[in-house]
Ligand binder design. Structure first.
Ligand code: SGN
Ligand code: CA
Length: 528
């Protein structure tokens, strides 16, 4: 086993101006980092996490990573949406600090990227796959990024060599991203430590599997979550007004591939989105695609007349999770290939491997797909880390957040984080097989802004400390007054029982309101 040197900080606090960065002395023994991030991967869809759904669609390679490493049960994001989550990863800053609060706004261009600091500290840096920010990649020796959300089939990529142009490549996105990640590893400068970000498009909507997996799970009946028929009885208007219900907001054709279905009034079934999903396929591929779904859809069309509304909702759930889990199958294969490469090349002992998602996702909980809310399945994200020297199969219940990745990478490189980075290096947890160190944080702050985008989720922020969750929904210009919700997750893990008006919780809730307001001032949140 190679010895890992953890270098103590070499550089004094680095101002986040982007121009005044020092060169770190290089040390070839510093740990490499492979950071694999999927897009919208629910922890419920990883068998190592044990949910009933995942037991019917196992993920052996992610489970292998968990068996060798640490699985985090309490990993969360700070803003459950792709672009803000990526900006947080790249800067180590909260959304309100880096300016990337929503999908469509632009980040503060003066903010330094973690890869810039890592590069200057002697790391060879690369990002392969989904970028999904309007700013250009910074701090990378190599990049190969998808255009916007990217396509599942024959996607276009832009690299540092294509003069800003996107070039089409043949193949399935997950496989291409994996191939290019392996190419980077194979051709890397072997005298430098490396930081490789592998960012899959999968399993983002509209969940298009690889051809070879189109029939997987076809005869499996997946369990419907306990909260599937949630009527949001105890909760405020945000849960009632959202547009992310499998029942009403998932489209029959674009989302569920029921080609030939008549009578859909869903906007996504009216042309543009449909062609958007399939435009990058070759004609032959499109034909085989339609043929494969025609075969699967036969049964629906034969029985349609006798189906009740509830039968149709249940059918939608099954089609949704099957396609989603088929897409995950390719992701799991990809993780296997990367692990095989690292093993075969003797890199496991000096490489940290992180597997996570840009946020969680609803797999029918509360009747939903998509994310955005601070309720558990979207606020929480999967996180599995192989850290050299771990004894393996460890579970961590420490409260961690995507805000911690930047500080962790800098810590590994021996670069001190700036004072305005509120995330914490995970090394004290990783070095103790997942055990929570004394004085570790006891509360997380969350903030969602993007109420202008589809799915109609109101702005909210809140705090969570593993037992209690206080959520504040904004006042929407006086049209909808602001309001709070409060949950006791020990008694009510499914978050069905909003306690905000419960007299016996009154003093506790006051206490949490105080904590939330202190947290906002501490980190400089002005809007809420
Ligand atoms: C797209 C999706 C939405 C999704 C957002 C954000 N529609 O607009 O369902 O919530 O992305 O997702 S789609 O049919 O065009 O895919 S994120 O992961 O990028 O934040
Ligand atoms: Ca996402």
């Amino acid at each position: 086993m190679k010895t890992i040197t953890r270098i103590m900080p070499l550089i004094a606090a680095i101002p986040f101006s982007g121009c005044n960065r020092n060169d770190s002395s290089k040390d070839e023994n510093r740990m490499n980092i492979v950071y694999i991030m999927t897009d919208d991967h629910a922890f419920q869809a990883i068998s190592a996490y044990g949910s009933p759904l995942s037991q019917l669609a196992p993920t052996p390679n992610l489970d292998r990573l968990a068996a060798e490493g640490i699985i985090f049960n309490r990993a969360y994001v700070e803003n459950s949406l792709s672009t803000p989550s990526r900006a947080c990863l790249m800067t180590g800053l909260y959304s309100h600090q880096n300016g990337q609060t929503m999908l469509s706004n632009v980040m503060d261009s003066t903010v330094t990227f973690i890869p810039e600091l890592m590069h200057d500290a002697g790391y060879q840096t690369a990002v392969i796959g989904k970028w999904h920010m309007l700013c250009e990649p910074r701090g990378f020796d190599t990049y190969r990024i998808l255009n916007d959300q990217g396509e599942y089939y024959n996607p276009v990529f832009k690299t540092e060599e294509t003069q800003g142009k996107y070039i089409r490549e043949e193949g399935y996105a997950t496989d291409l991203i994996t191939e290019h990640a392996l190419e980077f590893l194979e051709n890397r400068e072997k005298d430098k430590p490396f930081l490789l970000y592998v960012h899959h498009k999968a399993p983002h909507r509209n969940w298009m599997p690889d051809f070879k997996y189109l029939d997987l799970y076809e005869n499996v009946e997946f369990p419907i979550p306990d909260t599937f028929y949630d009527n949001y009885a105890t909760r405020g208007v945000a849960t009632k007004e959202q547009r992310m219900r499998i029942d009403e907001d998932m489209s029959m054709i674009y989302d569920l591939k029921l080609y030939g279905y008549e009578g859909s009034t869903h906007q996504y079934d009216q042309g543009i989105m449909l062609s958007y999903a399939l435009w990058s396929m070759t004609e032959d591929e499109r034909e085989s695609w339609y043929a494969a779904y025609a075969e699967k859809n036969k049964n629906f069309f034969e029985n349609q007349e006798n189906m009740t509304h509830d039968d149709i909702v249940r059918w939608k759930f099954q089609r949704y999770v099957k396609d989603y889990l088929r897409v995950i199958k390719s992701v799991d294969d990809s993780v296997g290939e990367i692990l095989d490469y690292l093993e075969a090349n003797d890199l496991m002992d000096n490489t940290m491997i992180v597997y996570t998602s840009d946020q969680g996702f609803y797999m029918g909980e509360h009747g939903w797909f998509d994310k955005r809310f601070m309720y558990e399945q979207s606020f929480r994200t999967p996180l599995i880390i192989h850290y050299p020297g771990n004894k393996g199969a460890n579970i961590s219940n420490a409260l961690v957040q995507n805000l911690d990745f930047g500080p962790t990478f800098l810590d590994i490189a021996g670069v001190e984080k700036a004072d305005n980075m509120y995330g914490q290096s995970l090394l004290p947890i990783l070095e103790k097989d997942g055990k929570e160190p004394k004085n570790w944080r006891d509360v997380l702050y969350y903030h969602f802004y993007d109420d202008t985008a589809e799915h109609n989720v109101m702005r909210h922020d809140g705090i969570f400390d593993r037992r209690y969750k206080l959520i504040h929904f904004y006042d929407e210009n006086g049209i909808i007054p602001g309001y709070d919700e409060f949950y006791d997750l020990e008694k009510d893990p499914n978050e069905l029982n909003n306690l905000i008006d419960s007299p016996e919780y009154k003093s506790l809730i006051d206490n949490y309101k105080e904590k939330l307001s202190k947290k906002r001032s501490q980190i400089g949140v002005l809007e809420y």
